[in-house]
Ligand binder design. Structure first.
Ligand code: NAD
Length: 289
């Protein structure tokens, strides 16, 4: 790193709190070094009290870009100049591009999920998917899937504080895309089974299956899955959740959240640098398949 940093090196920042556990600095710095690009990526503890100043600092320092995570993904929007259509529909931003002082907010989580499917040879375009969740990860996937041409999305969520967001997502998809969307209560297991039955793909986009719910799933038994169903999980730690284990036992093709993690970074990387992230190299670094 000491040999890499010069007077020309440009800074990309990750602004979130807490953030010290993040794998994003390692991913992006590895890709910059591998391609010989003169950027450095650092994590900054920024919360809603300091976010406005941090964005002003980004402008003042002419930083070419940044990533954002919680609690800043929605809070940053008033400080930006433009939003991508996915970021506008999600009401959230995880990537900022600074082009000649104009800051544009993007959300690459959903793009990352869709690209991970493609990379795995899974083509959901024009088909129906069923997905559980309505938090940040789920909303980004649902909006991007609708924008990319998925035909129908059935969304399931428990009746918690995310329920209203799920209803808003359904309304936005129905009004602003060609995709059909509907919301159901995840407690209605008969409906869940029925919707999965005529879906090409089922996605978990909740934290179920990771700590503190490691080893758990809301899928009651194998009868919910069939061999030609694709089953995906946003969770990547553990690499195989209880739900993916069940799906594998049925013979389903499965995908965990590592691909989404890698490709959301790759989309941001391309937005900042105009270059493709070296995916095969990064898969080796991340010990992926
Ligand atoms: P969030 O807090 O915004 O949303 C949580 C979601 O889980 C909500 O829909 C909520 O209703 C649901 N939920 C909570 N408890 C539940 C339960 N007992 N049963 C069923 N549903 C329940 O969280 P998020 O940021 O959307 O993250 C969700 C998961 O996605 C986390 O595991 C996170 O690690 C993962 N994630 C992965 C990636 C990736 O790149 N692979 C990116 C972002 C998030």
């Amino acid at each position: 790193m000491a040999e890499r940093i010069t007077g020309h090196t440009e800074l990309i920042g990750l602004m979130a709190y807490p953030i010290r556990h993040s794998s994003s600095p390692a991913i992006h710095n590895e890709a910059f070094a591998y391609l010989g690009l003169d950027y450095a990526y650092l994590a900054f503890e920024v919360d809603q009290d300091t976010l406005e100043d941090a964005i002003k600092g980004m402008r003042a320092l002419k930083m070419p870009g940044a990533n954002l995570s919680m609690p800043n993904k929605a809070a940053v929007i008033p400080y930006l100049d433009n939003l991508s259509s996915a970021a506008r529909l999600c009401g959230a931003v995880n990537t900022i591009v600074n082009k000649d002082g104009i800051l544009t907010g993007h959300i690459t989580d959903g793009m990352g999920y869709m690209q991970a499917l493609k990379d795995d040879g899974i083509d959901v375009i024009g088909k129906k998917m069923t997905i559980a969740g309505s938090g940040g990860a789920a909303t980004a996937i649902q909006i991007q899937a609708a924008l990319d041409g998925v035909k129908e999305i059935s969304i399931f969520n428990i009746r918690d504080k995310f329920w209203d967001n799920a209803q808003e997502t359904v309304d936005k998809i129905m009004e602003q895309t060609d995709c059909k969307a509907a919301l159901y209560d995840l407690a209605d297991l008969d409906k869940l089974k029925e919707e999965i039955e005529d879906s090409y793909l089922f996605a978990n986009a909740t934290g179920m299956g990771m700590k503190p719910r490691e080893g758990q799933t809301y899928i009651p038994d194998k009868s919910f899955f069939r061999q030609d169903l694709i089953v995906t999980d946003v969770v990547y730690s553990p690499a195989e959740t209880a739900m993916l284990k069940l799906a594998k036992e049925v013979g389903c093709k499965t995908m965990n959240g590592m691909g989404m993690l890698l490709f959301q970074a790759a989309e941001a990387f391309r937005l900042w640098t105009g270059r493709e992230m070296p995916i095969d190299h990064m898969k080796q670094v991340l010990h992926m398949g």
